[in-house]
Design a protein around this ligand. Structure first.
Ligand code: FAD
Length: 440
């Protein structure tokens, strides 16, 4: 790597690879590039593990157990393998990794544009310019909160917050809260706010119902053992749809609690349909609540059937794969989601009962700095399992990017191994067509 001072406090450099972002994905790729002896730098606009430090609510814990907190050559080494990390613990884990691998991270450097050049890419930052042959986008899947356009019609007496802006209930006035979105984030926030004594209404659209434990084991252990988390993007019929599936309704707590819509109803949360629009100060909810819940119940039932079948067919593998489970453990079933007979279809936001609308409606990557023609009509990055549709350009950490586990911490290891191999070939040969199975 060559680095020269470039004016006051500015740098300019030439390097084989620029990795954008020092979250766990960028660091895992850095480890892989070091193993392959590929010259690289990791540019990070904040600090290492920036999004875990600054973009999550206070009480959040990982919903993946500690045994799943692992990165290439590094893993959780505490005593509580089945516990769930708090945010300070995640920050320690990721910063410990950066130290352990001696990653060449430059913090406080924001990438403002990446453009193609004759021999690779030009990376402009607020601290100077880098030239490189390859760029790895590891800037995160949660850059921008998805807020529907009709949010503009929210009456001005109602405050709105995204899940990225929410920290704890002290930010809210005493009035009711409308939480929009019933995936992991929406459920956790609805639960916390209801516990704070506020009235909560939860808008429920398509969702993935999940149990925390089944037949005595954490659900993540089952998904891992059955190979579901390892499913590859190129074996899925409709990968575009699979990538849009919301996160499962899971929470990580010391008590290993299952947090589902029934638990929220018991806590006093009112369930309504998907928020479809806001007109004349009234929120309008879709009438599909019962259908969405029936579908989620059905899919959970199918998952549990799959687990039961696997248990019946694999008694020997079970004993070795899942220490401690006796195959004779009885199967459990769950109560269907309970709903009011006629959930309300509208809610008057102007009447003053609702003080806050909390958008828990998902996120999308913030790639405004990527000035290479690699986006489709809907503004989504065109990539094939992380190999972006431009030579030498790669992405990490997106939902179901290369495997079902790609967006999770433990998903980075397999993805960076595959994409690192592809990238090394690109550097050796110049251009590698984004062949589906070229890298793994
Ligand atoms: C609420 C929530 C809960 C989650 N819970 C879990 C969980 O329980 N288990 C699990 O495995 N995963 C979980 N995830 C998913 C995932 O592991 C995290 O989103 C993780 O932070 C993604 O890591 P990453 O390295 O891909 O991106 P990030 O951690 O977001 O890192 C990207 C980095 O890029 C930097 N960056 C962005 N733009 C630029 C730029 N232009 N120039 C320079 N730097 C830039 C950012 O500052 C950031 O540090 C959760 C995600 C969310 C949002």
């Amino acid at each position: 790597m060559t680095i020269r001072p470039f004016g006051r406090g500015r740098l300019t450099g030439a390097v084989d690879v620029v990795v954008v972002g020092a979250g766990h994905s960028g660091l895992a790729m850095s480890r892989q590039l070091s193993r392959l002896a590929i010259d690289h730098v990791v540019l990070e606009h904040g600090e290492v593990a920036n999004s875990w430090r600054h973009e999550r609510w206070d009480s959040l814990r990982l919903l993946t157990p500690n045994w799943q907190s692992r990165l290439p050559d590094y893993a959780y080494d505490g005593a509580d393998l089945d516990g769930f990390m708090t945010m300070p613990e995640v920050v320690d884990f990721v910063t410990g990794y950066a130290r352990f691998i001696a990653a060449p991270v430059r913090t406080g450097v924001r990438v403002s544009s990446v453009t193609a050049s004759d021999d690779g890419y030009v990376v402009e930052t607020d601290r100077g310019t880098w030239r490189c042959r390859s760029v790895v986008i590891a800037s995160g899947a949660h850059g921008v909160a998805n807020v529907p356009a009709f949010a503009e019609a929210v009456p001005c007496a109602v405050q709105t917050l995204t899940a990225k802006q929410y920290r704890n209930p002290d930010q809210l006035d005493d009035r009711g809260v409308l939480v929009v979105g019933a995936s992991a984030t929406g459920l956790q926030l609805a639960d916390e706010i209801a516990r704070s004594g506020r009235e909560v209404t939860l808008c429920v659209g398509e969702h993935i119902r999940m149990l925390r434990t089944y037949r005595g084991l954490d659900i993540q252990r089952w998904l891992h053992t059955l190979g579901i988390l390892d499913e590859r993007w190129d074996t899925i019929d409709d990968i575009v749809r699979a990538r849009r599936v919301p996160s499962p309704q899971l929470v990580g707590t010391p008590e290993h609690t299952t947090l589902d819509l029934n638990a929220l109803t018991e806590r006093g949360v009112r369930l309504v349909g998907r928020l479809a629009g806001i007109q004349d100060g009234r929120a309008q909810f879709s009438g599909s609540l019962a259908n969405h819940c029936a579908m989620a119940d059905l899919k959970l039932g199918r998952l549990l059937d799959t687990i039961d079948r696997w248990v019946a067919e694999n008694p020997a593998r079970l004993m070795s794969a899942v220490a401690g489970l006796r195959p004779a453990d009885p199967t459990e079933r769950f109560a269907a989601t309970r709903l009011e007979a006629s959930p309300p279809l509208t809610l008057d936001l102007a009447k003053g009962r609702i003080g806050t609308i909390l958008w828990a409606t998902g996120f999308r990557p913030d790639l405004r700095w990527l000035q290479v023609p690699v986006f489709d009509r809907k503004g989504r990055l065109r990539h094939d399992g992380g190999v972006v549709d431009a030579p030498g350009l790669y992405v990490l950490g997106l939902n179901f990017m290369r495997r079902r586990k790609s967006s999770f911490i433990h998903g980075a290891e397999d993805d960076v191994r595959d994409l690192g191999t592809h990238l090394a070939t690109h550097l050796r040969q110049g251009v590698v067509p984004p062949a589906r199975r070229a890298a793994g």
